[in-house]
Design a protein around this ligand. Structure first.
Ligand code: CDP
Length: 232
């Protein structure tokens, strides 16, 4: 069967990664969390006291960063920074508070987009982020744009943080989400936009299962269409 690229973009905590992971599992596709890449770069910058505003320091740091995804024993994709599994540490609030400024840096974006394209070159990939359908894979066969009400997003994020033993109040989370929405949507380099050819899914009142079913339904029709095109 022909493989396609599924690009899932949208605001923080709208259920992109949960949906992307499950869709990838059901289709036997690779799941790439592009946000994890920006978070891992942010972790490196903070731990190595890299001055975000100094292009020379940023360039040097990027040369010393190696990122890879590996699938663990449970079949879950995890990110490794210079050989170390940082899947848990990149989800902490201190990273969330710094990741959007780091993601505005042109050199950081160029390096991440190049890596993302390499990871998706054989298709059969579900990638989620902010600029996947608009910049990374403008020709992706299926583009989705997820939205949800801010309070629902904050409560979902609080639950995720609690599971990682990070207790953060809802107001602080709302503030962080709004701040990141603002930076992500207004930055100069590939801002978060809804691609005109994307399908919008509002996840406020639907369950994860409903979300996944809808995406699988859309994906299967694109896979069939991609297969037919091959023979015309
Ligand atoms: O988990 P959450 O939805 O909160 O965010 P994420 O997907 O982990 O992304 C964290 C941050 O990385 C975003 O707020 C963006 O600033 C940045 N990002 C980006 O600029 N481009 C992407 N393709 C993915 C993430």
């Amino acid at each position: 069967m022909r493989k396609i690229i599924i690009a899932i973009d949208g605001y923080s905590a709208c259920g992109k990664s949960t949906t992307a992971k499950e869709v990838a599992r059901e289709l036997g596709y690779k799941y790439i969390d592009s946000g994890a890449m920006y978070r891992a770069v942010t972790l490196y910058f903070l731990d190595h006291l890299v001055a975000f505003t100094n292009p020379k320091e940023v360039d040097k740091a990027l040369q010393n960063i190696s990122l890879a995804f590996r699938v663990n024993a449970k079949g879950v994709s995890e990110i490794f920074l210079n050989g170390i599994n940082v899947e848990q540490s990149i989800r902490k609030m201190r990273i969330s508070e710094n990741v959007s400024p780091v993601s505005t840096i042109k050199e950081v974006r160029q390096a991440m987009v190049a890596l993302q394209r390499k990871l998706g070159k054989d298709k059969g990939v579900v990638m989620d982020g902010r600029d996947i359908g608009s910049v990374v894979f403008p020709d992706a066969e299926l583009k989705l744009f997820l939205t949800a009400d801010i309070l629902v997003r904050a409560i979902r994020r609080q639950k995720e943080l609690l599971e990682r033993e990070d207790l953060v109040d809802v107001d602080t989370i709302i503030q962080n989400l709004q701040q990141r929405d603002q930076i992500d949507s207004t930055r100069k380099e590939s801002p978060l936009v809804r691609p005109a050819d994307s399908v919008e899914i509002n996840t406020t009142h639907i369950t994860i299962d409903e979300q996944v079913d809808e995406v699988i339904r859309l994906a299967l029709s694109k896979i069939v269409a991609a297969g037919k095109r091959k023979f015309t």
